[in-house]
Ligand binder design. Structure first.
Ligand code: Z5A
Length: 213
């Protein structure tokens, strides 16, 4: 059986990743991919254990703070659980997996945002995931102030959303640096356009990569 395809949507908060992940699923359906051949994931999360880890990562604790290195290891604990129990089996069964964030986020947030060295992140990644990578990453780029404004409309902010402006600028810079270094596997979309324009750009990328067709 032909291996499936792992498509990841990445970017800053409020970029519209979840919205566009749903649009990618709609695109696949239009091209005749059946519902049971499409799996959606989100990170951190996506399995019962990984969702428990997500709660630890997102909750604001007044009585303790999470060290950057502990945060990094929890991200990878959740990710390995998801990759090994959900994503890999789905790909082996020939399915499409549409992921809301994956490990580019770790380089951006724990690397750029928290200042953990790229070498440490890469060594943990390589040790637990080996040569596993997404087939396509769509990076939705948006200036942090615009993304945070969208995200802020949801109400209460989580532990990440309470970081300062510089944090999000560093995160964005790593995302864009990675795109510049790997334009073969990362596609860039301007996420501060209106919904129809973002959707059209994503469709053009999927068509150019011959996804589902
Ligand atoms: N994190 C990390 O540090 N390291 C890691 O390795 C990983 C994650 C994997 C997960 O939070 C947090 O974990 C995240 C990074 C960290 N931290 N933050 N902050 P999450 O999953 O809860 O949140 P998120 O990933 O940032 O997603 P989000 O804020 O929900 O944003 P989104 O998915 O990109 O956007 P959306 O929900 O699709 O849209 C947001 C709003 O904008 C919504 O009202 C939409 O209707 C609207 N929208 C969408 N598109 C448009 C356009 N084009 N125009 C206008 N309005 C739009």
């Amino acid at each position: 059986m032909q291996r499936g395809c792992f498509i990841v949507v990445e970017g800053g908060e409020g970029a519209g990743k979840s919205t566009m992940a749903a649009e990618i699923v709609a695109y696949l359906r239009e091209r005749g991919v059946s519902d049971d051949a499409i799996v959606r994931t989100r990170e951190p999360g996506g399995t019962p254990i990984a969702e428990d880890i997500r709660k630890i990562l997102k909750d604001i604790r007044k009585d303790d703070c999470l060290c950057p290195e502990a945060e990094l290891l929890l991200m990878y604990a959740a990710r390995v659980q998801l990759v090994k129990t959900v994503i890999m089996p789905a790909l082996e069964a020939g399915k499409y997996v549409v992921g809301d964030r994956h490990d580019l986020s770790t380089l951006a947030y724990q690397g750029g945002g928290r200042g953990i060295s790229r070498e440490l992140i890469r060594s943990i990644r390589d040790a637990v995931l080996g040569d596993f990578y997404p087939d396509l990453t769509i990076l939705m780029d948006i200036p942090p102030e615009k993304g945070l404004l969208r995200a802020g409309k949801r109400g209460e902010l989580d532990r990440f959303e309470q970081e300062d402006r510089d944090f999000f600028e560093r995160v964005r810079k790593v995302f864009l640096d990675e795109y510049e270094q790997h334009p073969d596997r990362i596609a860039l979309v301007r996420a501060d356009q209106d919904f129809a324009a973002v959707r059209a750009d994503i469709r053009t990328i999927l068509e150019s990569k011959c996804i589902a067709g």
